[in-house]
Design a protein around this ligand. Structure first.
Ligand code: C2E
Ligand code: CA
Ligand code: CA
Length: 758
């Protein structure tokens, strides 16, 4: 009898122990995965997703580049058709491609299936001829075609001699892209830089979705922001509650993360998830895995009778595993951002935050290093960096590998100089990381630092992180080892940029963008010969803004393409009105952004506009910057020819600021050359400068290119330019850019006759 009770008692105790174990797991896990951290993890998972894709696309590219060098070995364009075909077929088989095509510097591509086709309008070939590798969906060539194309340059001894394209079956590519972080509760989109949806994670029906705006709806407030990040391929993380209905999901709030896939030249990954579903995921996951663990432990306890000893053992082990998942960065062999954030927040709450500095340390040229050395070597390098940092941080200091190039550190400090000295000391050890055994450089690692100091207005992770980030951005533009400290100016500049992005669409609708016109003059007659359109933005709060304040932002976020079209339409409208009044027709020049020049629709859109207003294209001069022309020589030549075929006039702007050799002039089909103001200033200063400008003018003359000198600020300059044979001038000396009505009065009013240079 007594024995029975004893057994019963032991069993009861063990059962209770089992329940206790289960319960303690449940609560500890829930603490571990605190719901606020879910958002951050979501972002990190999106980054992981992007890098997984990158690993795949990189292997595709590497193989194809191998094939390209095989083509180069047999002489590329110089090989006979038969030789080329034999090698293409062989490479196609070896690479497992659906089709492999080669195109030389002329426009006919030759395919492994025996056909030839014209590629002059294919932007991806153009980009390959400029040295870029891309991978994209071929849908833009034909709607039905579901396959992918990877295009790489073929490099010979003397530079790029052609391009090679592989057609990959959709199943092969998409098989490698189907990854789910939340067991299908999330939607993962693969987007190209125009926001077009290339692929959607399995299990989600978005069959009618063509662009990201079909998912977000057209009226989304976040549209500008999306457009900007998608085009730049930079990371984005948002929690969006208001004004947004993601049409396939119903109501928000949502978590949205976006990350560019570098090396594709094209793609980014976007992960979207309803907040409710995200939390549900963590809850379910915690409960189900814990329930199982609890049952197992219960059985172990029951059978094993070692009782609480076993409990202790399993509890710590399992806790460690969960801990590692949540707090460890396998790739860099160190703690991750979740751990770091926790540490930073704890330290700053319990100690005086002014004694701490938050340092964001970036490895320069990280992308390049990764492409060059490969994932394994990079992981090795990061692990070594992690070890060095570990042995350098003191008690109550923290560091982590955030992602990619980025390490974050929380360091205690007394003053700036001491902190910089410490970073320099650290850098001394870090530079050794990539030395080979004999001590020679494999590649010298360099770093840039952004620093934010703790203080009354900065005593938490998020504030310090974002400030250090701004400082780091600034440091990135500087040389190796640059250390930049956060200042309020950085903040206001970023705020200003954000506001500009926020307001730009309204500005277009509200006609806040104004066209100013600056007259230009013929030097031999002295009379006005046209004008250049220069944009101004009359902002309701910020006042009149010059393009220097916003054009660069628009270039980055792609809005400039819309703006250029807007400006063109404004010019056409004016020309129509003035022609109607019987005024003398004079050509108007328009600055065209790089984004638009590379947009295959641009010329057609421009033609459509001139036709709509009945404007003769030879009254429109497209100005494109020298740098843009030189950077995109291959494609732009064709586009310029196309413009000229339709009667538009083509001008090369800011000549003398880029790295053009004189020979460039022979190779680009421009009608006009605008000599930059700096060039002119040099010509005034030295004889040599004068000789340079003189020979440019002479060469332009021989090629029947008109020469305009910009930024002429006094009459002496005009005289000098006339002596040198320059055709036209433009500058403050004769007229500043004028608002519409003032210009009309100036150019066509009763006193217009007086507007002479001489
Ligand atoms: P840009 O095409 O080189 O334009 C010439 C700039 O020099 C203009 O500045 C003009 O006001 C200024 N300028 C003219 N004469 C003189 C002078 O005698 N001395 C000096 N120091 N400067 C002179 P702005 O208007 O601020 O434009 C700056 C740049 O913004 C332009 O450089 C152009 O690249 C860009 N931009 C202006 N309007 C547009 C536009 O509608 N679309 C695009 N894509 N870019 C534009
Ligand atoms: Ca210009
Ligand atoms: Ca210019």
């Amino acid at each position: 009898m007594k024995r029975r009770y004893l057994i019963l008692a032991v069993v009861t105790i063990l059962m209770l122990a089992g329940v206790a174990v289960g319960y303690s797991f449940l609560s500890s896990n829930e603490n571990l995965m605190r719901i606020e951290e879910a958002g951050k993890e979501f972002e990190i998972l999106d980054q992981t997703l992007a890098s997984k894709m990158q690993v795949y696309t990189q292997s595709v590219m590497k193989n194809l580049e191998g094939a390209a060098s095989a083509i180069s070995t047999i002489g590329g364009e110089k090989a006979t058709k038969e030789e080329l075909m034999a090698v293409l077929t062989q490479l196609k088989e070896r690479g497992g491609y659906d089709e492999l095509s080669y195109v030389g510097t002329k426009n006919d591509a030759m395919s492994s299936n025996g056909s030839t086709y014209d590629v002059s309008f294919d932007p991806y070939y153009g980009r390959a001829l400029n040295g870029d590798s891309t991978i994209t969906k071929s849908g833009y060539l034909s709607e039905e075609d579901d396959s992918y194309m990877a295009t790489v340059p073929v490099k010979g001894a003397a530079g790029i001699t052609g391009a090679l394209r592989a057609k990959l079956s959709a199943t092969a590519v998409e098989g490698n892209l189907t990854i789910s972080n939340y067991r299908g509760r999330e939607v993962i989109l693969l987007l190209n830089r125009d926001g077009e949806v290339i692929h959607v994670s399995s299990g989600t029906d978005l069959s009618n979705t063509k662009t990201i705006y079909d998912v977000f709806g057209k009226n989304s407030d976040s549209r500008a922001q999306f457009e900007s990040v998608v085009r730049q391929g930079r990371g984005l993380f948002l929690r969006v509650d208001e004004n947004l209905t993601v049409e396939v999901f119903g109501d928000g709030p949502y978590y949205i993360a976006y990350q560019g896939v570098s090396g594709t030249g094209e793609w980014g990954v976007m992960m979207i998830m309803n907040e409710e579903k995200l939390f549900e995921f963590y809850k379910n996951d915690a409960v189900s895995s814990n329930a199982i663990t609890a049952v197992i432990l219960f059985l172990i306890a029951l059978v094993g009778a070692i009782g609480l000893g076993i409990y202790g053992f399993f509890e710590t082990r399992s806790r460690n595993r969960m801990y590692n998942l949540a707090y460890y960065d396998e790739f860099a062999g160190t703690m991750n951002i979740n751990y770091f954030r926790k540490g930073v927040n704890q330290t700053l709450t319990k100690s005086n935050s002014t004694q701490y500095a938050f340092v964001l340390m970036g490895i320069a040229k990280y992308e390049y290093l990764r492409d060059f050395f490969g994932e394994n070597e990079i992981s090795r390098i990061l692990r070594e960096i992690s070890q060095i940092l570990k042995s350098n941080v003191k008690r109550d200091e923290y560091f982590c590998h955030n992602f990619g190039e980025e390490y974050d550190l929380l360091l205690s400090y007394h003053n700036r100089d001491e902190l910089v000295a410490r970073l320099k000391f650290l850098e001394g050890s870090l530079e050794m990381v990539n030395k080979s055994e004999g001590g020679s450089d494999k590649y010298a690692l360099t770093f840039r630092y952004g620093v934010a100091f703790g203080g009354a207005d900065a005593h938490d992770f998020d504030t310090l992180m974002s400030r250090a980030n701004m400082a780091h951005m600034e440091a990135k533009g500087k040389g190796a080892g640059a250390v930049e400290f956060y200042t309020e100016k950085m903040q206001s500049r970023i705020v200003d940029e954000k506001e500009i992005e926020r307001d730009m669409y309204d500005a277009l609708e509200n006609k806040e963008f104004l066209v100013y016109l600056q007259p230009k003059f013929n030097l031999s007659t002295g009379l006005q010969a046209g004008a250049e359109a220069l944009i101004r933005w009359m902002h309701p709060v910020k006042g009149l803004m010059y393009p220097g304040r916003f054009i660069e932002t628009f270039e980055k976020n792609g809005f400039v393409t819309r703006l250029d079209m807007y400006m063109l339409e404004e010019l056409c409208r004016r020309i129509k009105v003035w022609t109607g009044k019987g005024y003398r027709p004079m050509p108007l020049s328009l600055n065209i952004s790089q984004q638009n020049l590379l947009n295959p629709e641009f010329v057609n859109d421009a033609i459509a506009l001139t036709e709509k207003y009945g404007v003769s294209p030879n009254l429109i001069i497209f100005e494109m910057s020298e740098k843009v022309v030189v950077d995109n020589m291959g494609i732009l030549n064709k586009i310029m020819e196309q413009m000229k075929d339709h009667g538009f006039v083509v001008s090369m702007d800011n000549f003398g600021t880029g790295s053009t050799s004189m020979n460039t002039l022979y190779n680009v089909p421009v009608d006009e050359l605008k000599i930059d103001r700096k060039f002119l200033l040099n010509a005034e200063k030295t004889d040599r400068g004068q000789n340079v400008i003189q020979s440019v003018i002479e060469m332009a003359k021989r090629l029947k290119i008109d020469v305009v000198s910009e930024g002429v600020e006094n009459k002496q300059q005009a005289i000098l330019l006339r002596e040198m044979g320059c055709d036209m001038i433009q500058g403050f000396a004769f007229s500043e850019p004028l608002p519409e009505h003032e210009y009309e009065e100036y150019a066509y009013g009763p006193r217009a006759r007086d507007n002479s240079v001489w």
